[in-house]
Write a protein of this length. Structure first.
Length: 644
């Protein structure tokens, strides 16, 4: 056996000779970010080897990812003797995103208020399929000594007209003690089924009829967010979010599908999502609001199609293989006890329906929340995530596609990229004369990397100041110590010198990074253009463009247009609508009317497979420039940019 010690956690673990270092770290609960899930394609899992030696699979990794002296790639290293490893601070920042945040921002509160008003503004009603009733039951005596369960059923038949009352074993087990502890005065939570049938799912001592709660959850690939609400008043009681615990197995859905297909992989993914992510979020909210888990009797969740499969523990591998067939689109109702979700075990879980393998329930919920389904005129919804889902339409039709944008909007595939968590550079401006950057950092501390909105700003500023040309290659003319070239003539721009903030290495963006990002933005723009063009229209027909996704309010619309990510139309047509998936889940949770509309939306959505359109690849290639090969599509920035 070999001993591996991880610092600064100061944690030791024994492993076998030849074990993969990344897998050893996972077993030790040491978080090392590996977006590619160990396929040696991202270079993110570098750690510092303090003592001992490892065996690398080959030497290409060091040159490919430019590993500094003393650093190794965890996924590419095998343990051959006792070693000591230092885990970089950027992983601690990523791990901090896994910690649970409560309701702290005005944008969260505003999102909820918009959602709440949405129901009444659209003539929907607040409804719940669950009821609570306070019962005062006759005490037993020698003349009336029927069973406790029969006594409850008799009371409900005589006083409420329920000829048939049902319950399951966990509820039945509560009855004898609870009846006597409550003095035969108790509250039942039940689900009526027609006029004469009901199923009891919970019993509580005394009169608790004013307490009835539900949860809405957005299951994102990167993070998970939830609302706890009062089902009677529609009020927000608590909100919490954290990173998706599955991130340790890969940053994008493809890598997670691949991992889930391995022996024991699906169980690990399911456990990471439910026990390491959702349940701790629920526990946090219940503690903040003073709510008992058994009082939570409604649960609505939305996620992309892969996340929905992993939540239910359904084998997802066929999602990624032609002809891309999902195990399900509309899931049956599932009880919380079946998934070990920490709410009332009899609660039915509603999973928002997906549309295709790569357009999930999060987009269906987003359409409900955005109001596209009510619009008289054309609206475009763009979810800036790994899949780059896009919706185009109005109340008459809804077209949707996924454009495989890749993880760049969440920092993936960029040498110093990271998710939008503490230490991430979210905004950048570059001084025209000195070419020195001005940074806005999440949390206000030292920078550890750059997130999606910061990358958009940076590429736009570099383009504006003639640092790079329309192909994303560095121009030779700017004279600055922040622009440098390697032995092959490949350029890079230094965002932060390590000496400025006592970092382990400089934070830079390279031509390779820029090329990757240009392909990402090109996929989104060309996907939208192809989707709209599939019915003979173009961007001029748009009345509104809604931007959703984790990229956040830091997204600069003007700079996004300048680089060719968004269409060059009137700026007042753009709106960032926040977490539209969570908003749609809340609407579905609180209103049966909204749920029926959601089902209708899912049924009317038409998925467009971009690859079958002959002009898609032409659109994509044309969009892989700054801003585009056809500058006439960007008239407002045609003059003054000066790109070559």
């Amino acid at each position: 056996m070999k001993k591996v010690t991880f610092y600064p956690a100061n944690k030791e673990i024994l492993c076998n000779y030849g074990d993969n270092l990344l897998e050893v770290a996972r077993k030790a609960d040491i978080f090392i970010e590996a977006p590619c899930n160990g396929s040696v394609s991202c270079g993110k899992c570098k750690v510092k080897l303090l003592k001992g030696n490892v065996r690398s699979a080959d030497d290409t990794v060091r040159t490919t990812f430019k590993l500094e002296e003393g650093y190794i790639s965890a996924c590419h290293s095998e343990v051959i003797n006792d070693i000591e490893i230092e885990v970089p601070a950027i992983f601690a920042s990523s791990l901090a995103e896994m910690k649970i945040d409560d309701l702290s921002s005005e944008s969260d509160i505003k999102l909820f208020e918009i959602s709440r008003n949405y129901i009444t503004d659209n003539e929907m009603t607040f409804t719940s399929y669950v009821r609570k009733d306070f019962l005062q039951i006759d005490r037993p005596n020698l003349d009336d000594n029927i069973s406790d369960w029969d006594r409850i059923k008799r009371h409900l038949k005589v006083n409420y007209g329920y000829k048939n009352t049902f319950c399951r074993l966990p509820t039945l087990r509560k009855i004898p003690q609870l009846l006597r502890e409550s003095g035969f005065s108790l509250t039942i939570t039940h689900i009526p089924r027609g006029k004469d049938k009901t199923t009891i799912i919970n019993l509580e001592e005394g009169d608790t009829t004013s307490r009835l709660y539900g949860v809405s959850v957005d299951i994102g690939t990167t993070s998970v967010a939830a609302f706890l609400v009062d089902m009677y008043k529609g009020e927000l009681l608590a909100k919490a979010s954290s990173g998706n615990g599955q991130i340790k197995y890969g940053a994008d859905v493809i890598n997670r599908i691949v991992f889930a297909a391995k022996e024991g992989g699906l169980e690990k993914m399911n456990h990471a999502l439910i026990h390491e992510t959702i349940n701790p979020i629920l526990e946090k909210m219940f503690g903040d609001a003073g709510v008992d888990r058994d009082e939570v009797i409604a649960f609505v969740a939305a996620g992309n199609t892969t996340m929905s499969h992993l939540l239910l523990g359904i084998f997802p591998d066929f999602l990624r293989k032609e002809p891309y067939v999902p195990g399900f689109l509309k899931a049956p109702f599932v009880k919380a006890s079946e998934l070990e979700i920490a709410i009332n075990p009899e609660t039915f879980l509603y999973i928002v329906p997906s549309v295709s393998s790569y357009v999930g329930g999060d987009i269906t919920a987003g359409i409900l929340a955005s109001g596209i389904w009510l619009s008289e005129s054309d609206v475009l919804l763009i979810d800036l995530g790994t899949n780059g889902e896009i919706v185009f339409g109005n109340k008459e039709y809804l077209l949707t596609c996924a454009c495989s944008a890749g993880p760049a909007f969440e920092g993936g595939g960029i040498s110093c990229g990271m998710r939008a968590s503490y230490g991430a550079i979210e905004k950048i401006g570059i001084d025209q004369k000195s070419l020195t950057p001005e940074l806005t950092i999440i949390g206000g501390g030292r920078p550890l990397g750059i997130c999606g909105s910061g990358i958009i700003d940076l590429v736009s500023e570099m383009m504006l100041h003639n640092i790079i040309n329309k192909r994303g290659k560095f121009n030779k003319t700017p004279n600055s110590d922040r622009i440098r070239y390697d032995e092959h003539g490949t350029g890079e721009y230094v965002i932060v010198f390590k000496e400025e903030f006592d970092l382990e290495s400089d934070l830079t963006i390279t031509e390779v990074d820029i090329d990757s990002f240009i392909r990402t933005k090109g996929a989104v723009y060309s996907g939208a253009a192809t989707l709209i063009g599939s019915i003979g229209k173009d961007f001029s027909s748009l009345e509104k463009v809604y931007i959703a996704g984790g990229i956040g309010n830091s997204l600069d619309i003007e700079k996004s247009i300048r680089i060719g990510l968004l269409p060059d139309i009137s700026r007042d047509k753009f709106s960032y609508i926040g977490n539209s998936s969570l908003m749609g889940c809340y609407l579905t949770l609180m209103s049966e009317d909204a749920r029926q509309i959601l089902e209708k939306i899912a049924s009317m959505m038409t998925y467009i497979e971009l690859s079958v359109y002959t002009d898609y690849m032409d659109n994509f290639i044309s969009a892989c420039f700054l801003p585009h090969t056809d500058i006439e599509q960007f008239p407002s920035i045609k003059e003054g940019v000066g790109i070559e």
